[in-house]
Write a protein of this length. Structure first.
Length: 276
């Protein structure tokens, strides 16, 4: 018979207790399986909510380069949604890395610019997001990071609406839809140097084309979807061409209506409207 390890408990020899380290404390209970999510050890994925929360972002402006690369924003955790955007001055951008994801590429009726977006849940293995710009003279790229989206509701067509405009200094926002709505505005001009989003949307990243050169600029903002328009993006000058895209981050509905500060249509308090 093999030797058995015993410890003296003060009265008798007994089988010792086995303790496990949970990452925060020692416990006699067998811990659940854990994995590293990029920031800490966790046993389950974060719960999906109706409105994914913005976490972090980064951006880049690329001129006379074949490839554009941006890292996944710092602080990413497993199952965070990465929204990667590339506005190309000419031709269609192709996603080089990470592999296995199909971007949605949209070319407006004008050939001044094209728009590509890919949205996927972070796995912890992705590094830089790399776009092949082809022969384009200039491109604006961004990565936006959102937490608590519904990974089971992922789609390969995150753009749910779009509008095109010419010779405008205001770019209207279409009505926001379900879940977290990300507005992406593109403008082609030599003179854009400032901009202002309407009240009710939260500005995120922006890439303003170098002043004095004919380039594409990109602006992003987000809001909870409520089915109403919040106004327009104001530019400091008229632009030759502009486009507005609505990108939806999937969430899990809680069955309650949405109230947006500053929205005259969707933020009217009444006898049956409550703030939580």
């Amino acid at each position: 018979m093999a030797n058995t390890w015993r410890v003296w408990d003060g009265a008798k020899w007994a089988t010792p207790k086995v303790n496990y380290w949970t990452g925060a404390e020692w416990t006699a209970s067998v811990p659940r399986g854990q994995y590293w999510d990029g920031q800490g050890w966790v046993s389950t994925a974060p719960p999906a909510r109706e409105f994914a929360a913005f976490v972090a972002s980064n951006r880049g402006n690329y001129k006379d380069r074949r490839y554009a690369g941006l890292p996944v924003p710092a602080g990413a955790r497993v199952n965070d949604f990465v929204v990667s955007i590339c506005a190309n001055m000419k031709g269609f951008a192709k996603l080089v890395s990470p592999g296995g994801h199909l971007p949605q590429v949209i070319s407006p009726s004008t050939d001044e610019m094209s728009f590509a977006v890919v949205c996927w849940p972070y796995t912890g293995r992705e590094g830089d997001v790399v776009w092949d710009l082809g022969g384009s003279p200039q491109a604006a790229c961004m990565n936006l990071l959102y937490r608590n989206g519904d990974v089971s509701n992922q789609t390969v067509t995150p753009v749910s609406d779009m509008q095109l405009h010419k010779d405008v200094d205001k770019v209207p926002l279409m009505p926001s839809k379900d879940y977290t709505s990300v507005f992406v505005a593109l403008a082609v001009s030599r003179q854009v140097s400032s901009y202002a989003w309407p009240e009710g949307v939260l500005p995120r990243e922006a890439v303003v084309g170098r002043f004095g050169s004919y380039e594409v600029s990109a602006f992003t903002a987000d809001t909870p979807g409520a089915g109403a328009s919040l106004g327009a993006l104001q530019l400091n000058t008229k632009v030759d061409a502009a486009a507005m895209y609505l990108v939806t981050i999937p969430g899990r509905s809680d069955g309650k209506p949405t109230w947006i500060l500053g929205d005259a249509a969707a933020s009217v308090l009444g006898k049956t409207t409550y703030l939580q």
